[in-house]
Write a protein that binds this ligand. Structure first.
Ligand code: HEM
Length: 409
C-alpha cells in the first residue's frame, strides 16, 4: 500500500504543478507538437522566419527571466533579434571556438584535476560534475586556470539556478549577486572582445548568464543523465569497457532520450501559413522537446535546436567535452544506481562510485533505492510549494513585461 502511494503521489503532484503553471501564466499558447500543430510540422514552424520573437509579448517570459536573473535582459537566449543580439552571439562564438584537439586536452586536464578530489561512495552525479564545468568554462572565458574562489562562486550560482528551475528551492539572489560582483571586478582580465554595446554591468551579466548559468547548468545536467544511463545499466557499462568508442552513441542516445530543454518558446512576428491552419502574428509558440522526442522518428534528432532558429552555439564543443569527461570518470570508477532517472532529474543523479576493479557493495544500493523513494515524496511537495510561490512572484515582478513596457528593445 505504502509502495503504491509512494509511486503515485509524486506523479500527481507534478501534474498539479503543471496545471498551476498553465493557469497562472494564463495566456493562450500553441504547444507543438499538439492538437493544432502536429509533429510533422514541428521543424517547419520552428524554422519559419516569423518564429523569431524571443521574449517580448509572452507571459511565460516573465517566469524565465525570473529564473535566469539577474541580467536576463542581456542573456543571449532572451535577446530579441537585432544588432545587440548579433554582437553578443559573435562574442559567444569567439569564446567557444577551439579545435577539437584543444577542447579535448583542456577537458581532460580539468576533469582529472576535479576528479582527483572525488571520493568513492554514494554521490549525486550532478554535484560531482558541476565543478568540472565551472573550471572549464572559467578557463574558456578567462584563458587561465580557475582559482578555487571563482569555482566556489560559479558552482554556488549554477546550483542555485538549476535548483530554482526545478522548483526544489526558491532562488537565492544574494548568492547570484556575489558572482556578478566578482565578474564585474574581473572584466578587464577577459582576453576576448566583449560586446561594446553593453555597459560594464551588462557585460558581467552576459558572461554570468551564458557561461556560468547556461553552460555550467546544461553540461552538468547532460553529464548527470549520461552517467545515470551508464550507472543503471551494467550492459551499457560493460559495452563501454569493451568498446570505449561506443561512448558517442551513448551520448547521442542520452541527449535524445532525456532532452535538456522542456519547452523552448518563441513569439510569432508575422502570420505562419500551414496547410490546415494559419498561426497569427503574436502567438506564443511552445516547442516541446520531450513530446517531439517521443513522437518523431529516431533520425529526427535535434538536441541542440534547429539551425535556422538560434540553435545552440555549443553544439560542436558539448559532445566532444562530454565524451572526455565520461572517459575520465569510467577510467577511475564503476558506477551503479538504484535511484529513479527522469528527464528533470530533481534527485541530481544519486549513484554509487566504486574504484574500478574493486568489488561493488550491495548494501549502499539497497539504501539508495529506499532513500530515493522517500525523497521523491517530500520533494514533490516542496516543488509544489516553491513552484507556486515562484510563479506568483515572477508574475508580481513581471521583469520581462516591465522591461519592454519601459520602451527598451
Ligand atoms: C549538452 C548540452 C547542451 C544542450 C543539449 C543544449 C541545448 C540547447 C538548445 C536545444 C537550444 C535552443 C533552444 C531554443 O530554440 O530556444 C540551446 C540554445 C542555447 N544554448 Fe545550449 N545546450 C547545451 C549546452 C550549452 C552550452 C555549453 C552553452 C554555452 C555557451 C550553451 C549556450 C546556449 C545559448 C547561448 C543558447 C541560445 C542561442 C541563441 O538564442 O542564440 N548551451 N541550447
Amino acid at each position: 500500500m505504502i509502495g503504491k502511494v509512494l509511486a503515485w503521489l509524486p506523479e500527481r503532484v507534478v501534474a498539479l504543478r503543471m496545471r498551476i503553471f498553465a493557469l497562472v501564466n494564463g495566456q493562450d499558447a500553441v504547444t507543438i507538437p499538439g492538437p493544432q500543430v502536429g509533429v510533422a510540422d514541428f521543424r517547419r514552424v520552428y524554422a519559419d522566419p516569423a518564429a523569431n520573437g524571443r521574449s517580448r509579448g509572452a507571459a511565460l517570459s516573465d517566469l524565465f527571466w525570473y529564473w535566469l536573473s539577474p541580467g536576463a535582459e542581456v542573456h543571449q537566449e532572451h535577446l530579441e533579434a537585432g544588432p545587440r543580439y548579433d554582437e553578443v552571439a559573435k562574442c559567444t562564438r569567439h569564446i567557444l571556438v577551439k579545435s577539437k584537439k584543444d577542447s579535448e586536452e583542456l577537458t581532460r586536464r580539468v576533469a582529472r584535476h576535479v576528479l582527483d578530489g572525488v571520493r568513492p561512495g554514494l554521490v549525486r552525479l550532478r554535484d560531482e560534475m558541476m565543478p568540472i564545468w565551472a573550471e572549464l568554462y572559467y578557463e574558456l572565458v578567462f584563458d587561465e586556470p580557475c582559482p578555487p574562489r571563482a569555482r566556489e562562486l560559479i558552482v554556488a550560482h549554477a546550483d542555485d539556478v538549476a535548483s530554482a528551475l526545478k522548483c526544489v528551492r526558491p532562488r537565492n539572489m544574494r548568492r547570484r549577486a556575489r558572482l556578478t560582483k566578482y565578474l564585474r571586478q574581473r572584466l578587464a582580465d577577459v582576453p576576448h572582445p566583449l560586446p561594446q554595446s553593453l555597459t560594464a554591468e551588462e557585460q558581467a551579466y552576459y558572461l554570468q548568464g551564458t557561461f556560468f548559468t547556461t553552460a555550467v547548468v546544461q553540461m552538468s545536467e547532460a553529464m548527470a543523465h549520461l552517467l545515470m544511463i551508464i550507472a543503471r545499466d551494467d550492459g551499457v557499462q560493460q559495452r563501454l569497457a569493451d568498446h570505449p568508442e561506443d561512448i558517442d552513441q551513448v551520448v547521442d542516445d542520452g541527449l535524445r532520450q532525456y532532452p535538456l530543454f522542456g519547452i523552448a518558446h518563441r513569439i510569432s512576428t508575422a502570420d505562419i501559413e500551414l496547410d490546415q491552419l494559419t498561426i497569427p502574428a503574436g502567438t506564443v509558440l511552445c516547442f516541446s522537446y520531450p513530446d517531439f522526442a517521443e513522437q518523431a522518428p529516431a533520425e529526427e534528432f535535434i538536441p541542440f535546436g534547429v539551425a535556422q532558429n538560434r540553435a545552440c552555439p555549443a553544439r560542436g564543443i558539448a559532445p566532444v567535452t562530454m565524451r572526455v569527461v565520461a572517459q575520465e570518470v569510467l577510467r577511475r570508477f564503476s558506477l551503479a544506481s538504484t535511484a529513479a532517472h527522469t528527464r528533470s532529474i530533481p534527485n541530481r543523479g544519486p549513484a554509487l562510485l566504486t574504484p574500478r576493479g574493486d568489488r561493488r557493495r550491495r548494501a549502499p544500493l539497497v539504501w539508495l533505492a529506499v532513500r530515493d523513494r522517500w525523497e521523491d515524496v517530500w520533494r514533490s511537495f516542496a516543488q509544489l510549494v516553491f513552484g507556486t510561490y515562484m510563479v506568483l512572484d515572477a508574475r508580481r515582478l513581471a521583469l520581462c513585461s516591465t522591461y519592454f513596457a519601459g520602451g527598451n528593445r
